[in-house]
Design a protein around this ligand. Structure first.
Ligand code: NDP
Length: 251
């Protein structure tokens, strides 16, 4: 916690960071927070109007150069992922970090009833797209001085819970992808790989998963940002492969 507080305000100066699901919720807060710390952010999401609002806020408040990638992760394929990597290289010449944050919640339903197509959609959005993008972006991340890959997990991705269906299974897979990458990359590169479990956080997804909850009872995304900034920074170099509970580091 002390290390998070000591992180300089411009800890991410001139870094290039891709944030998925950057139009709303935790991804929006992270994109704004990274830009405020000096990073050029690539805003990926499926609703262009939301991404444009985040873009405008960054333009008004920072000297950084954001760009927008309006893509639906459910239909992302390896060719599109490679085109994105090419576009990033053309625009910035490098990539320092990726925050895999976008997720689909899917239905809360028993596995016995879970619709097959929805299962595939959730797995595409939450897991397969992260694999395609990681594969396409790894050459750029490995070439960076301090490449960072942050995945977003959940408590239902560590211990199975009834009726959380494909979402829970996708978060188990996310933990597995993170650990495998961390083990592969930690020894041979400067890339560091983490997963963050935000815990209950005041967003549209949370309201949809817990409709009876008073949103005021859970912290807003901004309270997690010191941790999200730290893990993207060079200060995270000594760490690798951890799955971290953001509640332990709330500001
Ligand atoms: P939100 O639903 O508030 O925001 C998710 C963002 O991801 C939205 O901007 C959404 O776009 C985007 N997104 C969703 N599906 C796609 C897709 N197919 N293609 C591109 N973009 C997409 O979620 P949160 O901010 O709450 O969640 C962020 C992460 O944190 C998720 O990985 C979630 O699993 C995790 N998490 C959240 C918790 C919480 O309490 N909030 C608790 C534990 C984990 P659009 O706005 O256009 O729909």
């Amino acid at each position: 916690k002390e290390q998070l507080q000591q992180l300089p305000e411009d800890a991410l100066l001139d870094k290039v960071i891709l944030v998925t699901g950057a139009g709303d919720g935790i991804g929006k807060a992270a994109a704004l927070s990274y830009a405020n710390a000096g990073a050029h952010v690539i805003l990926l999401g499926r609703t262009q109007g939301k991404l444009e609002q985040v873009y405008d806020l960054i333009e008004q408040n920072t000297k950084t150069r954001p760009i927008i990638f309006p893509y639906d992760l459910n239909t992302l394929n390896p060719d599109i992922a490679r085109e994105m990597a090419y576009a990033i290289e053309q625009e910035y010449g490098r990539l320092d970090g990726v925050l895999f944050n976008a997720s689909a919640l899917g239905s809360k339903m028993a596995i016995e009833q879970y619709p097959e197509q929805e299962w595939l959609d959730v797995m595409n959005t939450n897991v397969n797209s992260a694999f395609y993008l990681t594969k396409a972006l790894l050459p750029l991340l490995k070439a960076a001085d301090a490449g960072r890959i942050l995945f977003t997990t959940s408590s239902v991705g560590r211990k199975g819970r009834a009726y959380w269906g494909a979402y829970a299974v996708s978060k188990f897979a996310t933990e597995g992808l993170m650990q495998t990458l961390a083990d592969e990359l930690g020894a041979i590169s400067q890339v560091r790989t983490f997963a963050v479990n935000p815990g209950g956080t005041r967003t549209a997804m949370r309201a949809s998963a817990y409709p009876g909850e008073d949103p005021g009872d859970v912290p807003p995304p901004e309270d997690h940002m010191p941790l999200y900034r730290f893990l993207m920074s060079e200060a995270a170099e000594p760490f690798n492969g951890q799955s971290i509970d953001a509640y332990d580091y709330l500001s």
